[in-house]
Write a protein that binds this ligand. Sequence first.
Ligand code: 4NP
Length: 156
Amino acid sequence: MIKVLFVCLGNICRSPMAEAVFRDMVQKKGVANQFEIDSAGTEGYNELCHAGIHPKTQEILKVMHVPFQQHYARRIRQKDYLYYDYILTMDQTNMEDLQFVIGPDTARKVHRLLEFTKNPRDIKDPWYTGNFDETYWDVVEGCEAFLRYLEESHSD
Ligand code: 4NP
């Protein structure tokens, strides 16, 4: 079982999108039973108000026929660091904020999602840009590259 946690700031726009996209991808490849997939945020303010997936994230997932589950935003906790194998962040700020919650990444589990692509970069926050389409295609690119990386590193 490979345990994957996607992380952004608020856990309502990008990381729930990545969770849904990656779950759909592994489902379509017939390997869903090899994965446990979840998402979380580095901040707790959306946890306090039990926020669900942002309506614009829901909209793009529906347009792209990517199913998603009932979701309540939550903040990443120290125990998540111990539990998950891969903690995949959306941007450099998430990487820095994570250190305050989980401490140093001694087990080297934390990666920026687009680091697995040929063009490593941040996934911009659509909460601020308003561009959920751009976020969606970045998330797809990152998830595809991450899955390729797993296939290559677990092939022997
Ligand atoms: P996310 O975007 O990190 O992609 O979920 C945000 C969601 C909520 C807020 C900021 C960013 N907020 O300030 O509540």
